[in-house]
Design a binder for this molecule. Structure first.
Ligand SMILES: [Zn+2]
Length: 456
């Protein structure tokens, strides 16, 4: 009995001690945790320009952040970009910190060349003799504060309002982006045509509203974000565009509107003429946006050769840039610009591909009806609309003259015709230039040959 009682007492004391000691041990273990802070540096490019913001993300989920140091090291020199000690508090735990450091190498007295971005972080753990767990992260970077060299190689850039142009240029270093600005319209240049991969072709377009005073220039941004704008000689020929009136009849509306269902026109209990105006403006814009998106997918394969084909034995019934007024019962209900050429032949005429290329779109495209779009490469595309029949598939390669479909009156067409359009990246241009062998020779091929003779 006595022994059992003693055992019981010792047991109780032991249990009491455990109750005190265990939480203490648990506390010590948590204070001595070994998890290092985590560091992430989000660099868009390893090249750092004249002034660049770099986000650094540091977190420590156990003990919380004690100290963060960020520095730039080059040629034995060290510049401190960030150095902060954080107070210990409950909130300090689970601290996730995003630091946006601004790196301006010149202000730090650092010249161009390779450098190291270093981040050191310590937490509030009691390890390392109460110094905490420390984490390092280093990134090799390249300081580059020099703008890229952009040398325009092509000469004599004559462009018509609503027309196209080509600039050939050479860059001194790899760039994240380069091309031609027509005011704020940007036309990216592409390498891959010449053996020298620093030589770029940039086809550009002058939208019909671009007057002769329009500013056109070349622009290049290198991997460090340094930008060069280079000018070149050009002349813009003004062009007068025709005015045209389109009469909308009830017969036309009853025939066309059921086909042109859109979210806006389907739901609303509107008169047909209002549905027409909605389709003619909003659906037209949505269709243009789709075309622009396709234009940006153009590849770096230069498919085409020589003049583009016009629908054989056809008459032009509407021109490029025609300013159209839509009238209903004598009242003007809408105004739009016609950005293609309408060609009428006998009904359901076979339509040839205007030049070699790759089909990148087939299907119904709103107001344009059944449409085929061919990518000729380097941002140049042709478009065939209102077709009654499509005879090619997407991704199919087609040759100049190959039949891609038949004319028709799908979409907003009031009679059988082909709406033929050409565009550069996202801007419609006058197809007449591309039908003209002499224009192509003088404005495109002569420039390419001149560069070839010097640079190949
Ligand atoms: Zn048309």
């Amino acid at each position: 009995m006595k022994v059992e009682k003693k055992t019981l007492i010792f047991g109780l004391i032991g249990f009491g001690c455990l109750l005190i000691i265990l939480p203490f041990f648990w506390f010590l273990i948590s204070r001595f945790e070994a998890e290092k802070p985590s560091i992430q540096i989000k660099l868009q490019s390893t090249a750092i320009g004249a002034s660049q913001e770099i986000p650094v993300f540091v977190s420590d989920l156990k003990s919380g952040m004690r100290k963060i140091w960020i520095g730039l090291l080059k040629d034995g020199k060290e510049a401190v970009l960030f150095d902060q000690r954080f107070p210990f508090s409950k909130q300090a735990r689970e601290r996730k910190i995003l630091i946006k450091i601004n790196v301006a190498p010149k202000k730090l007295g650092m010249s161009d060349g390779p450098a190291i971005l270093r981040v050191v972080a310590r937490d509030y753990s009691w390890r390392q003799w109460w110094q905490g767990n420390s984490a390092y992260l280093e990134k090799q970077i390249m300081i580059d504060t020099q703008p890229p060299g952009a040398n325009v190689l092509s000469r004599f850039h004559y462009v018509r309002q609503g027309g196209a142009g080509l600039v050939i240029y050479r860059l001194s270093e790899p760039c994240q982006n380069s091309g031609v600005y027509v005011e704020d319209d940007f036309f990216p240049g592409r390498a891959g045509y010449f053996k020298d991969d620093k030589i770029f072709l940039a086809f550009f377009a002058l939208a019909i509203e671009r007057v002769p005073e329009t500013k056109i220039f070349l622009s290049a941004v290198d991997l460090a974000g340094n930008r060069t704008d280079a000018s070149f000689r050009y002349r813009i020929k003004p062009k007068r565009f025709k005015r045209d009136t389109v009469a909308i009849t009830d017969k036309y509306l009853n025939w066309k509107m059921p086909e042109l269902k859109t979210e806006e026109t389907q739901e609303a209990p509107l008169p047909l003429i209002e549905k027409f105006v909605l389709a003619n403006s909003e659906l037209r814009q949505a269709n243009f946006d789709k075309v622009a998106e396709l234009g940006n997918r153009s590849t770096n394969d230069f498919h085409w050769k020589g003049a583009f084909l016009r629908l054989p034995k056809s008459a032009r019934t509407a021109g490029f840039g025609d300013y159209r007024e839509y009238r209903y019962n004598g009242r003007v209900v809408d105004r739009q610009v016609h950005l293609g050429i309408d060609l009428a032949s006998i009904a359901k005429s076979p339509v040839p591909a205007a030049n070699h290329g790759k089909v990148i779109f087939t299907g119904v495209l709103g107001i344009f009806g059944n449409t085929v779009i061919i990518d000729h490469g380097f941002g140049l595309l042709s478009m065939y609309s209102h077709l009654s029949r499509v005879m090619v598939d997407q991704q199919q390669t087609v040759s100049k003259g190959e039949i891609i479909g038949h004319t028709g009156m799908t979409g907003l067409a009031g009679g059988d015709h082909l709406h033929f359009a050409m565009f550069i990246h996202n801007t419609f241009v006058d197809p007449v230039e591309w039908w003209d062998a002499a224009w192509i020779e003088n404005n495109i091929m002569a420039k390419i040959k001149a560069v070839n003779s010097i640079w190949q």
